[in-house]
Write a protein that binds this ligand. Structure first.
Ligand code: P5A
Length: 444
């Protein structure tokens, strides 16, 4: 993509009302535009990142055996009256009326709808287990939408729903999603620590949040210091088959909880120098709630002995749009964003330091063609300083810098955004290095 023709509006000034780095940088890099409180339009740069995050989430859900569907954003109130949540959900639910005065709502979550869909088709225990997910916009009329896409009113969520014959099966489904989440966040280069969490309006009594530690995070969390150094994914014990609910930390054997579930006694048992209390960003949240929705909504299938059983269910959420903010909180410096390779909007920017110089133009065109469509070519008639600043701000993992001296010698300066490291290489090597960094995630 040529920057001279692109819709990538960067801002020089720091927006006054943005309180945290990720919000400031998303506005300055031209990723999103607020259209009303807590509601954002995604501009090309932001949209590319959002799609990359979504793709990783999707691949790991598919790999874990969940099947993708797409449910609507608008739901009928009747569905929620069946589960009893229509009145319970409160002012966070955006309630609407259609032209026939029927009560409708913009979905804040989809437990009811997926239960109704599954109820329409499940004929016997042979239709279990199943896990259905979608990636769809949600609306929650948050009291205090803030920090940009971190706490929006309209936001993109991946939500999966599992149906099992019995508690054991449901807990196996829960563990499978647990591992899928660890893999998902690890692929984005994020350290998300699973923590015992409260279930709130979703219900049930077993739940984990996945939390990225950050000073600007909205959650207060308590954890064992070992978890900071743990490679949670590798510490995984996927063969653990015991009951999940009585254990605080079945996964790592270490204490980790959000403030609502914080247990002073368990905390007190940890040596003082191993206790960490910190702030964090909740990027995922999983729930096991048994038959709460299947029983209330009359989803029942004949079991192996012919007797009717209500499937055991769980639901599993990832804040896809929030992740874009969380990724920036975890990867930025004074100059701007430092995208991890797997989610970067473009793998590389090609910076032409002397637009109009025949050798510079030719070499840049070559690099751009070789790396397209995973490359942003800064072909504007701007000073070098402006191009450096914008590339640092937008955070491309690589900058291929082409000036007249290098171009004459057929050399490119390749800068790694994350480390600042620079190397002079041949154009072929530059292309190979950039492609190599995206080989696991694709260029599209
Ligand atoms: C699980 C999936 C649920 O809604 N039902 C379906 C369950 N869980 S949750 O914790 O309430 O939300 C799941 C994740 O969505 C993100 N999230 C938000 N992101 C941006 N703005 C918001 N206002 C917002 N609210 C929730 C979080 O990442 C959360 O973990």
């Amino acid at each position: 993509m040529r920057l001279s023709q692109a819709f990538l509006p960067t801002l020089k000034e720091t927006p006054a009302d943005a309180q945290i780095a990720s919000h400031r940088l998303m506005l300055r890099a031209g990723m999103v535009r607020q259209t009303s409180a807590g509601i954002y339009a995604w501009l090309p740069l932001g949209w590319r990142v959002l799609r990359r995050v979504e793709r990783i989430v999707r691949e790991e859900q598919d790999a874990a055996g969940a099947q993708e569907i797409l449910m609507p954003t608008i739901q009928t109130a009747d569905l929620w009256r069946q589960s009893g949540r229509y009145d319970a959900y409160g002012p966070e639910m955006l309630r609407l009326k259609d032209r026939h005065e029927r009560d409708m709502l913009y979905g804040p979550t989809n437990e009811e709808m997926v239960t109704e869909i599954f109820r329409g088709y499940a004929r016997s225990y042979r239709d279990l287990p199943r896990n259905l997910y979608h990636i769809q916009w949600k609306f929650r009329d948050e009291v205090r939408p803030r920090f940009g896409v971190m706490r929006g009113r309209e936001f993109l969520m991946k939500d999966a729903y599992s149906f099992d014959l019995d508690r054991e099966g449901a807990q196996a489904s829960y563990r499978r999603m647990f591992v899928a989440y660890l893999r998902t966040f690890a692929r984005m280069g994020l350290k998300a620590i699973p923590m015992r969490a409260a279930t709130g309006p979703i219900g049930g009594n077993l739940s984990h949040e996945f939390v990225v530690l950050a000073e600007t995070g909205e959650s207060q969390v308590f954890l064992h210091r070992d978890l900071l150094d743990f490679d949670v994914l590798r510490a995984a014990t996927p063969d653990y088959e015991g009951d999940l609910s009585p254990m605080v930390d079945f996964w790592t054997g270490r204490y980790a909880a959000t403030d609502e579930e914080h247990d002073e006694a368990a905390w007190g048992a940890i040596p003082e120098d191993r206790r960490v209390s910190a702030r964090g960003i909740e990027v995922g949240h999983i729930f096991y709630f048994g038959t709460k929705y299947s029983a209330s909504m009359d989803l029942k299938v004949p079991g192996p002995d012919g007797a009717l059983v209500a499937p055991e269910m769980g639901s599993y959420g990832i804040g896809v749009s929030r992740l874009v903010g969380a990724l920036i909180e975890a990867n930025h410096d004074e100059a701007g964003i430092r995208w991890p390779d797997s989610v970067a909007p473009f793998a590389a920017a090609v910076l032409n330091l002397k637009q109009g110089d025949a050798a510079c133009d030719a070499l840049c065109e070559r690099l751009h063609a070789a790396l397209s469509p995973d490359c942003l070519y800064d072909d504007r008639a701007e000073r070098a300083g402006v191009k450096f600043a914008d590339a640092d701000l937008m955070g491309h993992p690589w900058q291929a810098i082409v000036g007249p001296r290098g171009a004459a010698a057929g050399r490119v300066e390749l800068k790694r955004r994350a480390t600042g490291e620079r190397q002079e290489v041949s154009p072929e090597d530059a292309v190979a290095r950039v492609r190599e960094s995206r080989k696991d995630v694709g260029a599209g």
